[in-house]
Design a protein around this ligand. Structure first.
Ligand SMILES: Cc1cc2nc3c(=O)[nH]c(=O)nc-3n(C[C@H](O)[C@H](O)[C@H](O)COP(=O)(O)OP(=O)(O)OC[C@H]3O[C@@H](n4cnc5c(N)ncnc54)[C@H](O)[C@@H]3O)c2cc1C
Length: 511
């Protein structure tokens, strides 16, 4: 959600509670906008480490990235205090209290406390004292990653996090079983045909599936399902959802429903306190995608420092990291569409179902195994532009150059990286400025450094530009922000999967 554009930096001393990707982004943008002329900037974070990019935790699990690569950059001029848990807000004296008894005064307080995992209430998952059983973990933090030990892993929950976690752990050579109550993983987002292709892909990676099954009882090293033999585990990873972290806001008497309630300028029920990111209740899903939180950070940084907001409402694009399977869901599949175009080629792992509105624009789509079509459809969806008349040519990635929609899909204003709002034009500009490769472009524009799902598209653009515009050109880089760069070079996990030992049991129990 874009918070509009308040005038003047009347923010004074700003305290941000929560140094996740959204809180950190706000601090970074406020520093960039020169907030240090208007007051102090303090970032308080409960985790005992410097802020890091949470969506790439699965890349740590599969060995693709080192921990260091996840670290977010220092924010110049800001005081960043890790290992500092805020335990209370005094709204009258305008101070926050921490677990160690310190107090931080504020003129403006921003809650960016994020979301916390929901632990499925499987009987036996907790000890008598309420602790999680040894070897059981959720997956939200670096500490959670470190808790995953041993070779035999059971992942509970086939939503986006569960599927990505299962893939990452399998790529690290472990024996992974994914248990999911629904008929196939991601069943809330995929129709049955796309679900079948996903099942085939997961199976080909060696992830064993137990779909249509419920966890009945957990004991040390053993999970009993409602059907079939028990599963043996060294680590049990619970990926059964998250909910906004609202305890602090609620205890301070702020309006809270599923998340902290905010208005269009991201103000809570106390005008001195704003809230952004996963802790917020906005429109749509709670919590929403990271792109929404980053958009809120951008809008709030602009509002608090008196800068014009360049924030834009991000398109609802879901691109999970599935190790070689291009899969995307655009929008929310609807029942009432003016036209539905379906292409199905299961033998080659290709499928698309595109709902088109009365104006000929994509209203929602599910696309599997068609990377070119997925890229073009995402661009058209994001820009609210109509599809070309020849829908099939588009789905097959064969829209001839010069056709209106093909030209539109490659226009400079097309957003390629939705997390960082990086357009194709900015990437081409950076290329001309000497950033010739995915990594260099990431450094210059921050494209690929959000959820990472645009990396393939940036790679394709590089390949295209190296053919069409090979001559080096002088000029400044497109963006001064050489900051949150991650190494998105070809994934070492690709090699590892081929060389590692075979899984203990390769069968996939399909529903
Ligand atoms: C493995 C994984 C992969 C993901 N992949 C994607 C993806 O591809 N696309 C996508 O859109 N989203 C993805 N997500 C979700 C995404 O990470 C979140 O949307 C994002 O982290 C939200 O950022 P945030 O800063 O609002 O909250 P969080 O990341 O939850 O950060 C909140 C921070 O606040 C701190 N905090 C909370 N309470 C206090 C307190 N009282 N005092 C001090 N500090 C406090 C917490 O320690 C935490 O560090 C993924 C998540 C995971 C775990």
């Amino acid at each position: 959600m874009s918070g509009g554009s308040d005038k003047r930096d009347s923010a004074g001393d700003v305290v941000i509670v929560g140094g996740g990707p959204v809180g950190h982004r706000l601090a970074q943008l406020m520093a960039r906008h020169g907030h240090d002329h208007g007051g102090t900037l303090t970032l308080l974070e409960a985790e005992p480490v410097r802020p890091y990019h949470r969506p790439l935790l699965t890349s740590v699990l599969d060995g693709g990235l080192r921990l260091d690569a996840l670290r977010l950059p220092q924010v110049p001029g800001a005081r960043c205090a890790p290992d500092t848990t805020v335990t209370g807000l005094d709204r009258v004296r305008r101070r926050v209290r921490t677990a160690s008894g310190e107090e931080y005064p504020y003129d403006t307080l921003v809650l960016a406390t994020g979301a916390e995992p929901v632990v499925s209430p499987v009987p036996g998952i907790r000890t008598a004292s309420g602790r999680l059983l040894d070897g059981v973990t959720t997956l939200r933090t670096l500490a959670d990653c470190a808790r995953i030990r041993g070779d035999r892993i059971v992942v509970l929950g086939g939503g986006p996090l569960g599927v990505e976690t299962a893939v990452a752990l399998r790529r690290s050579g472990r024996d992974v079983v994914l248990v999911h109550r629904g008929p196939y993983p991601l069943d809330r987002r995929l129709d049955a045909t796309a679900g079948d292709l996903l099942v085939r892909h997961l199976t080909s990676l060696g992830v064993r599936l137990r779909c249509g099954r419920s966890a009945v009882r957990l004991a040390p090293g053993e999970l009993v399902l409602d059907d079939g033999p028990p599963l043996v585990w060294d680590s049990f990873v619970c990926c059964t959802g998250v909910r906004p972290r609202t305890r602090l806001a609620r205890a301070a008497g702020l309006a809270v429903r599923a998340g902290v309630v905010v208005d269009g300028a991201l103000r809570t029920s106390d005008p001195r306190i704003r809230a952004i990111g996963d802790c917020v209740e906005g429109s749509g899903r709670v919590p929403g995608p990271l792109a929404t939180g980053r958009d809120q950070a951008e809008a709030l940084a602009a509002a608090l420092t008196g800068h014009p907001s360049t924030g834009r409402r991000p398109a609802d694009v879901f691109r999970p990291r599935l190790a070689g399977l291009p899969l995307g869901v655009l929008g929310t599949p609807e029942t009432a569409a003016a036209e539905v175009v379906t292409y199905s080629d299961p033998a080659r792992g290709r499928y698309a179902r595109v709902s088109v509105d009365a104006a000929g624009r994509v209203s929602s789509a599910v696309v599997v195994g068609l990377p070119e079509a997925l890229a073009t459809l995402t661009q058209l969806f994001d820009a609210h532009r109509p599809l070309p008349a020849d829908r099939l040519a588009l789905l097959l990635g064969r829209v001839p150059a010069g056709r209106p929609a093909a030209a539109a899909a490659t226009s400079p204003s097309d957003v390629v990286c939705h997390c960082n709002n990086v357009t194709r034009g900015a990437l081409v500009h950076a290329w001309h400025g000497g950033s010739r490769g995915v990594r260099a472009l990431a450094g210059a524009t921050r494209a690929t450094t959000g959820c990472g799902s645009c990396a393939d598209e940036v790679r394709r653009l590089c390949a295209q530009l190296s053919v069409t515009e090979p001559a080096p050109a002088a000029g400044p880089p497109a963006d001064e922000g050489v900051d949150d760069t991650y190494d998105l070079a070809p994934h070492p996990g690709d090699r590892r999967l081929r060389h590692d030992r075979a899984p203990v049991d390769r069968e996939a129990a399909l529903p």
